[in-house]
Every structure is written in structure tokens, then in C-alpha cells.
Write a protein that binds this ligand. Structure first.
Ligand SMILES: [Zn+2]
Length: 278
């Protein structure tokens, strides 16, 4: 575990499957007074070769270091502590047969990501990807617990929740059904009883591709007691965007636009981020 010294107790633990997810999804909310400070951002899958807007080498050592610097700059800008857990992201596991089963294999069949490789996979994918969205989501959430990273991930988040006993927990909802986001969402749901309160955020930019009703369906599929809480971030959008662009190896102008469009469509002339809680 790559841990930065925590000098104070923590009010809110923000779970970020990848460096940048907190910035995308709750980058406005953390600039309001809703969540108790100090903040601890926990970046989970930090071992990565994914950096589409980085022009140089794309080996995992180079990319992981670039993303670490971006993560640190974001933490500093928002006055947050940062812990990076150094799990391999799913994209790195695609090439390894061991890493592909069962979660990534199921994700290929249901969502066509990672891309099907063999004719056998392509045939199965044609049939299975047409299933009802909520059924697909449930299947993949179940498969998450067999992923070899899951047990370690849950143990690491559990340890942090035990260390910071009255902390609020902020988790991804898992919109977009990225396997890494679903692993995080499942772990946070199972560990929610250790937190003072749990809020689930709408994973951006994926959330923009859902209807408002589709998001509600997804949230209630995860836990039918969840209700939306809209956080007014009008006046904070430019600060949020500035912080988001610190992740310059990851974020395009299209992503920024999708993120802004989503926060604008939630309000009537105002800008909102939406959390789900009870
Ligand atoms: Zn992510």
C-alpha cells in the first residue's frame, strides 16, 4: 500500500476506482460544506497503462507515475489526504488469462468491454449483450466477488473504515458498469455498516449516457432504499473543471462537456451533482 501520512482524523472517505473519478463525479460537492472534513481520497486501481492524452511512453511504470502526480495535485488543490492502493486496473489485466476470469470475461460477454477476442467470444457476445440492463448489472456484481482483487480490496477499505470510525463513505454507483467501478461499489455496499453514512455518486462521464430514469433504476437496483440528493454546485463549476483538468493524461474536452451537460440537466437553470443515500 502506498500511503501518504494522515495527520488528522478523517471526516469523509471518498472512494475513487481510478485517479480522476472523484474529480469527475463529486468534484463540485467536495467544494461545498455538505461533507465533513478532512477528506481522505482512496484511489484503488492505480497501477495502469491507460493515459490516452499522454504523448510519451505508455508502459505501466511511466503511466502510473504520471497518474500519481495528477492525483497528488488534485488532493493538494482540494485540501484532501490521499491513499493509493496500487491494484492493477482491469485494462492491465486484459492481456493475462488469469486476470480475465471471471469478471472481465463476463464484462466482455455483456458489455463488449474488454473487446471479444475469439470467434467463440464474439458469438456469445452477440446473444448475451442484448439482455435486460438490470439483470446484466446484477450478474456482473455477483461475478465481482470472485475477482482475485476483490477480497484484498474489501479488506483494505474495511481497514480504513475501522481506522476512521465515524467517517462518511462516498462510493461510486457503478454507472457505466466498468468492472473496476463495480468492484468498488460492491465493496462499499458491503462495508457501509462501518460508516457513519454512505453516499453513492453518479459515475461521470458515464452518467451522461443514461436517462434520469435509467439512473434511478440503476440506483434502486443496487439498494432499493436509496433516494437522490441534489447538491447545488452553481458557482463552483469552473473550480470543479479546473481541478478535473489536473488529470490531463485522462480528461478530454468532450469529457468536460459531458460532465457539465449532466450537471446542467439535473437543475432548472442551476447546476447539480446528484448523490444517492438514505
Ligand atoms: Zn474510473
Amino acid at each position: 500500500m502506498n500511503t501518504y501520512e494522515l495527520r488528522k482524523s478523517v471526516g469523509t472517505i471518498l472512494v475513487s476506482p481510478h485517479p480522476d473519478d472523484v474529480a469527475f463525479s463529486v468534484g463540485g460537492t467536495i467544494l461545498t460544506t455538505l461533507l465533513p472534513r478532512p477528506f481522505l481520497i482512496v484511489s484503488l486501481f492505480t497501477r495502469s497503462a491507460y493515459a490516452p492524452y499522454h504523448a510519451g511512453n505508455h508502459d505501466p511504470d511511466t503511466v502510473s507515475l504520471i497518474r500519481e502526480k495528477e492525483d497528488m495535485a488534485f488532493a493538494q488543490s482540494t485540501g484532501s489526504h490521499l491513499v493509493r492502493l496500487n491494484f492493477r486496473d482491469s485494462a492491465l489485466n486484459v492481456g493475462t488469462r488469469e486476470g480475465k476470469f471471471p469478471l472481465l470475461f463476463l464484462s466482455t460477454l455483456l458489455y463488449k468491454w474488454p473487446r471479444p477476442e475469439s470467434p467463440f467470444e464474439r458469438n456469445l457476445t452477440r446473444i448475451s449483450s442484448k439482455g435486460p440492463p438490470m439483470l446484466k448489472h446484477r450478474l456482473i456484481l455477483e461475478a465481482a466477488r470472485f475477482d482475485r482483487r476483490y477480497r484484498l480490496l474489501e479488506a483494505a477499505i474495511s481497514k480504513l473504515l475501522h481506522k476512521h470510525q465515524d467517517a462518511v463513505l462516498i462510493s461510486p454507483l457503478g454507472l457505466g458498469c466498468h468492472p473496476d467501478h463495480l468492484l468498488a461499489s460492491r465493496a462499499c455496499k458491503r462495508l457501509g455498516h462501518l460508516a457513519d453514512k454512505v453516499y453513492y455518486y453518479e459515475d461521470l462521464p458515464y452518467a451522461r449516457r443514461y436517462s434520469i430514469e435509467g439512473i434511478a433504476k440503476h440506483a434502486r437496483g443496487l439498494d432499493r432504499k436509496l433516494r437522490p440528493l441534489r447538491v447545488d454546485i452553481s458557482g463552483l463549476v469552473e473550480s470543479k473543471t479546473r481541478n478535473l483538468l489536473l488529470y490531463r493524461s485522462q480528461v478530454s474536452s468532450d469529457h468536460v462537456m459531458e460532465t457539465k451537460e449532466h450537471t446542467a440537466r439535473l437543475g432548472n437553470g442551476a447546476w447539480f451533482e446528484e448523490l444517492w443515500t438514505y
